[in-house]
Design a protein around this ligand. Sequence first.
Ligand SMILES: [Fe+2]
Ligand SMILES: [Fe+2]
Length: 179
Amino acid sequence: MAAAAKSSSAKSKSAKPRKATRRTGTRDPLAIRLLKQDHREVEKMFDEYEQLESDSEKQALFDKIALALKVHTRIEEEILYPESRGEVEDDLIDEAYVEHDGAKKLIAEIEAMKPGQEFYDAKVKVLGEYIKHHVKEEEQPGGFFAQAKKGDEDLEAMGERLKARKEELMTQMAGKAAH
Ligand SMILES: [Fe+2]
Ligand SMILES: [Fe+2]
Protein backbone atom coordinates (compact mmCIF):
# COMPACT_ATOMS: atom_id res chain seq x y z
CA MET A 1 0.00 0.00 0.00
CA ALA A 2 1.23 3.47 -0.87
CA ALA A 3 0.26 4.68 2.56
CA ALA A 4 3.30 2.99 4.09
CA ALA A 5 5.68 5.64 2.81
CA LYS A 6 3.62 8.47 4.21
CA SER A 7 3.39 6.97 7.67
CA SER A 8 7.16 6.77 8.01
CA SER A 9 7.13 10.32 9.34
CA ALA A 10 5.91 9.13 12.70
CA LYS A 11 8.24 11.46 14.58
CA SER A 12 5.63 13.77 15.96
CA LYS A 13 3.37 10.90 16.90
CA SER A 14 4.62 9.85 20.32
CA ALA A 15 5.54 13.25 21.71
CA LYS A 16 2.42 15.35 21.40
CA PRO A 17 -0.87 14.40 19.84
CA ARG A 18 -0.86 16.25 16.54
CA LYS A 19 -4.15 17.49 15.33
CA ALA A 20 -4.38 16.07 11.86
CA THR A 21 -3.10 12.55 11.75
CA ARG A 22 -2.97 11.74 8.12
CA ARG A 23 -5.17 8.91 7.03
CA THR A 24 -2.76 6.07 6.47
CA GLY A 25 -5.25 3.27 6.28
CA THR A 26 -2.81 1.01 8.06
CA ARG A 27 -4.33 1.27 11.50
CA ASP A 28 -7.98 1.45 10.78
CA PRO A 29 -10.22 0.37 13.63
CA LEU A 30 -12.19 -2.84 13.13
CA ALA A 31 -15.42 -1.18 11.96
CA ILE A 32 -13.62 0.64 9.17
CA ARG A 33 -11.54 -2.40 8.21
CA LEU A 34 -14.62 -4.57 7.86
CA LEU A 35 -16.54 -2.05 5.80
CA LYS A 36 -13.57 -1.40 3.53
CA GLN A 37 -13.20 -5.14 3.08
CA ASP A 38 -16.83 -5.32 1.96
CA HIS A 39 -16.15 -2.51 -0.50
CA ARG A 40 -13.19 -4.36 -2.03
CA GLU A 41 -15.17 -7.58 -2.33
CA VAL A 42 -18.08 -5.99 -4.12
CA GLU A 43 -15.79 -4.02 -6.44
CA LYS A 44 -14.15 -7.29 -7.35
CA MET A 45 -17.50 -8.85 -8.15
CA PHE A 46 -18.45 -5.97 -10.43
CA ASP A 47 -15.14 -6.43 -12.27
CA GLU A 48 -15.79 -10.15 -12.59
CA TYR A 49 -19.24 -9.50 -13.98
CA GLU A 50 -17.68 -7.73 -16.95
CA GLN A 51 -15.88 -10.92 -17.93
CA LEU A 52 -18.97 -13.12 -17.95
CA GLU A 53 -20.67 -14.34 -21.09
CA SER A 54 -23.45 -16.66 -19.99
CA ASP A 55 -26.76 -15.49 -18.63
CA SER A 56 -26.79 -18.08 -15.87
CA GLU A 57 -23.38 -16.99 -14.62
CA LYS A 58 -24.46 -13.36 -14.76
CA GLN A 59 -27.59 -14.15 -12.79
CA ALA A 60 -25.66 -16.07 -10.16
CA LEU A 61 -23.07 -13.33 -9.73
CA PHE A 62 -25.62 -10.56 -9.66
CA ASP A 63 -27.48 -12.42 -6.90
CA LYS A 64 -24.27 -12.38 -4.90
CA ILE A 65 -23.66 -8.69 -5.60
CA ALA A 66 -27.21 -7.81 -4.58
CA LEU A 67 -26.98 -9.78 -1.35
CA ALA A 68 -23.62 -8.24 -0.46
CA LEU A 69 -24.91 -4.73 -1.12
CA LYS A 70 -28.14 -5.23 0.79
CA VAL A 71 -26.37 -6.55 3.85
CA HIS A 72 -23.65 -3.91 3.70
CA THR A 73 -26.06 -0.99 3.35
CA ARG A 74 -28.21 -2.42 6.15
CA ILE A 75 -25.39 -2.67 8.66
CA GLU A 76 -24.21 0.82 7.80
CA GLU A 77 -27.72 2.18 8.16
CA GLU A 78 -28.45 0.32 11.37
CA ILE A 79 -25.16 0.93 13.10
CA LEU A 80 -22.54 3.19 11.51
CA TYR A 81 -24.70 5.95 10.10
CA PRO A 82 -26.92 6.67 13.12
CA GLU A 83 -24.02 6.35 15.52
CA SER A 84 -21.98 8.79 13.46
CA ARG A 85 -24.42 11.64 14.02
CA GLY A 86 -22.48 14.31 15.82
CA GLU A 87 -19.15 12.88 14.63
CA VAL A 88 -19.62 13.16 10.88
CA GLU A 89 -21.10 16.16 9.05
CA ASP A 90 -24.85 15.84 8.75
CA ASP A 91 -24.82 16.59 5.01
CA LEU A 92 -22.44 13.72 4.43
CA ILE A 93 -24.59 11.30 6.41
CA ASP A 94 -27.78 12.43 4.67
CA GLU A 95 -26.18 12.05 1.25
CA ALA A 96 -24.96 8.58 2.14
CA TYR A 97 -28.52 7.49 2.98
CA VAL A 98 -29.81 8.96 -0.27
CA GLU A 99 -27.11 7.18 -2.24
CA HIS A 100 -28.03 3.90 -0.59
CA ASP A 101 -31.64 4.46 -1.58
CA GLY A 102 -30.61 5.11 -5.16
CA ALA A 103 -28.61 1.90 -5.21
CA LYS A 104 -31.51 -0.09 -3.73
CA LYS A 105 -33.87 1.12 -6.43
CA LEU A 106 -31.47 0.14 -9.14
CA ILE A 107 -30.91 -3.26 -7.51
CA ALA A 108 -34.68 -3.83 -7.40
CA GLU A 109 -34.98 -2.90 -11.09
CA ILE A 110 -32.27 -5.36 -12.03
CA GLU A 111 -33.79 -8.08 -9.85
CA ALA A 112 -37.05 -7.68 -11.74
CA MET A 113 -35.22 -8.42 -14.99
CA LYS A 114 -33.38 -11.35 -16.52
CA PRO A 115 -29.85 -11.28 -17.94
CA GLY A 116 -30.03 -10.98 -21.69
CA GLN A 117 -32.83 -8.48 -21.54
CA GLU A 118 -32.21 -5.06 -22.99
CA PHE A 119 -30.31 -2.78 -20.59
CA TYR A 120 -29.63 -5.54 -18.06
CA ASP A 121 -25.85 -5.36 -18.44
CA ALA A 122 -26.01 -1.57 -18.67
CA LYS A 123 -27.89 -1.36 -15.40
CA VAL A 124 -25.39 -3.62 -13.65
CA LYS A 125 -22.57 -1.49 -15.02
CA VAL A 126 -24.21 1.75 -13.89
CA LEU A 127 -24.89 0.25 -10.45
CA GLY A 128 -21.18 -0.60 -10.21
CA GLU A 129 -20.20 2.97 -11.08
CA TYR A 130 -22.73 4.32 -8.64
CA ILE A 131 -21.35 2.14 -5.87
CA LYS A 132 -17.81 3.14 -6.75
CA HIS A 133 -18.78 6.77 -6.32
CA HIS A 134 -20.45 6.09 -2.99
CA VAL A 135 -17.49 4.09 -1.71
CA LYS A 136 -15.21 6.98 -2.63
CA GLU A 137 -17.33 9.37 -0.61
CA GLU A 138 -16.97 7.04 2.36
CA GLU A 139 -13.27 6.34 2.03
CA GLN A 140 -11.70 9.49 0.63
CA PRO A 141 -9.61 11.81 2.83
CA GLY A 142 -11.97 13.97 4.81
CA GLY A 143 -14.84 11.66 3.86
CA PHE A 144 -17.29 9.74 6.01
CA PHE A 145 -14.90 7.15 7.43
CA ALA A 146 -12.13 9.70 8.01
CA GLN A 147 -14.50 11.90 9.98
CA ALA A 148 -15.84 8.93 11.92
CA LYS A 149 -12.30 7.93 12.87
CA LYS A 150 -11.66 11.36 14.35
CA GLY A 151 -14.77 11.10 16.51
CA ASP A 152 -15.27 9.58 19.92
CA GLU A 153 -17.10 6.44 18.89
CA ASP A 154 -15.43 3.16 19.82
CA LEU A 155 -14.97 1.81 16.32
CA GLU A 156 -13.41 -1.41 17.57
CA ALA A 157 -16.51 -2.32 19.54
CA MET A 158 -18.69 -1.13 16.68
CA GLY A 159 -16.75 -3.48 14.42
CA GLU A 160 -17.79 -6.43 16.55
CA ARG A 161 -21.43 -5.40 16.29
CA LEU A 162 -21.19 -4.85 12.54
CA LYS A 163 -19.67 -8.28 12.15
CA ALA A 164 -22.34 -10.03 14.21
CA ARG A 165 -25.17 -8.23 12.45
CA LYS A 166 -23.67 -8.99 9.06
CA GLU A 167 -23.56 -12.71 9.83
CA GLU A 168 -27.14 -12.63 11.02
CA LEU A 169 -28.39 -10.79 7.94
CA MET A 170 -26.38 -12.96 5.56
CA THR A 171 -28.09 -16.08 6.85
CA GLN A 172 -31.48 -14.44 6.92
CA MET A 173 -31.33 -12.83 3.50
CA ALA A 174 -29.48 -15.59 1.72
CA GLY A 175 -32.24 -17.94 2.85
CA LYS A 176 -34.87 -15.60 1.50
CA ALA A 177 -33.13 -15.23 -1.84
CA ALA A 178 -33.05 -18.98 -2.44
CA HIS A 179 -36.49 -19.45 -3.90
FE1 LIG B 1 -22.54 3.23 2.38
FE1 LIG C 1 -19.97 1.31 2.62
